[in-house]
Design a protein around this ligand. Structure first.
Ligand code: SF4
Length: 242
């Protein structure tokens, strides 16, 4: 983006994401999921379009997930809404005061996020939750634009290794490291500078997928510890401008 280019707003990015067709195989896959449906949701109209980030455009905490769930946000059209991962995530966000309610069932369920924005590395549901390197690269510009628009970000919670890799790829592109990146681990922290924002903390978390929560790899106290840490990192001060 040139120095004088107009910065897209979150609303503009959302419109572009929803209309995106850069990965035809993913668009066809998502449409097919919405046509066949899951037995429990046969009476519902699936969203089956790319799922944009959502939340508070002034947020100081940004969460980055992997990609929409086939019968979760690919069905409901809102990130982490309508599946087991979302149940875990929004319960934890509510306990920490970042969400207005503990449940997220559909786009009009009344949920609001406080000081928080949630997005993903990839915005179309991929087969087996495994986007290809090309699909991840296709979707990366939207994350870059969101980070340019979210001017108050202080803490970035990366949910799982793929999200963590996507955020670090972005930092390598547009930012600088204030502390070295270590291996991906739950509660690992890296301090980075982003354009206009010094001392942003990247805080890694295991993804609240059923695979992790059903096996005890991620427990509710472990997820609570992430948002307690995010809360403490915010501290009382406003974002520092550089
Ligand atoms: S994954 Fe991203 S880049 Fe690919 S079609 Fe969906 S929104 Fe577009």
């Amino acid at each position: 983006m040139s120095k004088h280019a107009v910065m897209p707003t979150i609303a503009t990015i959302e419109r572009r994401v929803v209309a995106c067709r850069k990965c035809p195989e993913l668009r066809a896959y998502c449409a097919e999921i919405g046509r066949v449906k899951k037995r429990a949701f046969l009476d519902q109209e699936y969203w089956s379009r790319p799922v944009p980030g959502w939340g508070d455009p002034q947020a100081r905490v940004v969460l980055v997930g992997l990609a929409p769930g086939a019968h979760g946000s690919n069905r409901t059209g809102r990130v982490f809404t309508g599946d087991g991962s979302g149940e875990w995530l929004y319960r934890a966000l509510h306990r920490a005061g970042f969400a207005s309610q503990p449940n997220a069932s559909h786009r009009d369920d009344g949920l609001t996020l406080r000081d928080t924005f949630i997005t993903a590395a990839v915005r179309c549901a991929p087969p087996a939750n495994k986007p290809t390197p090309e699909q991840r690269a296709n979707c990366a510009p939207y994350l870059r634009e969101e980070f340019a628009a979210l001017r108050n970000v202080r803490v970035v919670v990366t949910l799982g290794k793929i999200a963590d890799d996507a955020v670090h790829a972005l930092v390598k592109e547009i930012g600088t490291y204030g502390s070295p990146r270590g291996p991906f681990a739950h509660l690992a922290e890296t301090v980075v500078d982003l354009p206009g924002r010094a001392g942003v903390t990247l805080l890694a978390s295991y993804h609240p997928s059923r695979q992790n929560t059903n096996t005890g790899v991620l427990t509710e106290p472990m997820l609570d510890a992430v948002f307690e840490r995010a809360r403490s990192l915010l501290g009382p001060s406003p974002p520092k401008e550089i």
